[in-house]
Design a protein around this ligand. Structure first.
Ligand code: ATP
Ligand code: F1X
Length: 310
């Protein structure tokens, strides 16, 4: 089973308007309420790509109920731990540019952290644990490290799409996959990544530290896959961008959906990039038919540092 874990899910209040002016009353006529949070997006896309998963995490209040019902209607399995605080609402404003306002993560008590740990302990060899989204500072990084260690000991493959201090600790546990975007990769090393050459150098360091597959996603510039055996660069297809929220999560889902079937990291990378772009080109997350239609447009080539001009 693939388990996704979103510590701080959200309802993504997504609105489209021709112009948006901060500091003014803006009225919009097109609004969507999507269940959000990175792990939840990964689960939704996995379902669309034909792979089952179980979404874990913390949910509460009317927004938490909304998410649980929405996922149930889509056939996504959930096993959320209830919290008192209503799950946050993240605002996504789509105008000539994209503006996001993400709410704070909930406070999680120790007994609820223990409940999550119990679920992790029950996972079996060959399962996957996808830890995605913000890991609040209010939870000690040592907790996530312990979760990662339990996965490592039990043969559960760890996938990380997260950022912050806990990520540093988890990298030492030889995760199967991590997918930082260029900012998150830069944050990890305290530098600014300005092109694929930089991304390659730092992704390589992660591989040297034991990460099996590093994918650095770079929005419209595509992505880079670095493993012990290869360094590959993918160009993203070009089309009108509608909503990039969840594009990175879709990349992770596409990679996993393909990898669990074929165990071929290169094929999985290509499928992942097609999934990320397919999401960027529509309002909600991608559907399988969109991904398959884009697949031939994803150009993947070996990455050579000398090809990049600064
Ligand atoms: N403008 C775009 N045009 C084409 N493809 C895109 C575009 N933006 C994103 N993508 C696709 O989605 C993938 C992931 O995008 P990105 O690097 O923006 O992820 P991210 O920052 O993790 O996003 P999020 O946190 O919103 O999920 C890219 O590698 C690419 O395949
Ligand atoms: O605040 P976080 O956890 O970093 O990000 C949360 C979020 O922006 O990420 C998803 C897209 O990747 C959205 O569904 C959600 O609103």
């Amino acid at each position: 089973m693939i388990y996704t874990c979103t510590i701080a899910p959200s309802v993504d209040y997504t609105t489209y308007l021709p112009e948006f002016e901060a500091g003014k009353l803006n009225r919009s006529q097109e609004v969507y309420y999507y269940p959000g949070g990175k792990g939840i997006n990964v689960s939704r896309v996995l379902k669309r790509l034909g792979a089952d998963s179980m979404a874990l995490g913390y949910a509460g209040g009317f927004t938490g109920d909304y998410i649980a019902h929405f996922l149930e209607d889509e056939g996504v399995l959930t096993d959320f731990i209830a919290v008192e605080e209503p799950t946050r609402i993240n605002v996504k404003i789509k105008s000539d540019s994209e503006t996001e306002l993400n709410g704070p993560a909930p406070k999680i008590s120790e007994d609820r952290l223990e409940k999550l740990m119990e679920k992790v302990k029950k996972m079996e060899r060959g399962d996957w644990f996808v830890l995605a989204g913000t890991l609040p500072d209010s939870i000690p990084a040592a907790f996530f490290e312990e979760v990662g260690k339990v996965c490592q000991v039990n043969g559960v493959r760890l996938v990380l799409d997260t950022s912050g201090p806990a990520l540093k600790k988890l990298i030492g546990l030889r995760p199967f996959l991590i997918k930082p975007n260029e900012d998150e990769l830069g944050e990890l090393f305290g530098i600014v990544i300005s092109d694929k050459s930089d991304a390659y150098s730092y992704a390589k360091k992660l591989v040297e530290n034991g990460v099996e597959n590093v994918i650095v996603s770079m929005g419209g510039d595509g992505a880079l896959l670095v493993t012990k055996e290869m360094a590959m660069s993918a160009e993203a297809p070009k089309q009108k961008v509608v909503n990039t929220v969840g594009a990175g999560d879709s990349l992770v889902s596409g990679f996993l959906a393909s990898y669990v079937k074929e165990q071929d990291p290169l094929k999985a990378f290509k499928y992942g990039v097609a999934s990320g772009s397919a999401t960027a080109f529509r309002s909600d997350l991608c559907e399988k038919r969109d991904v398959e239609a884009l697949l031939s447009q994803v150009k993947v080539n070996p990455f050579h540092e000398q090809d990049v001009t600064k």
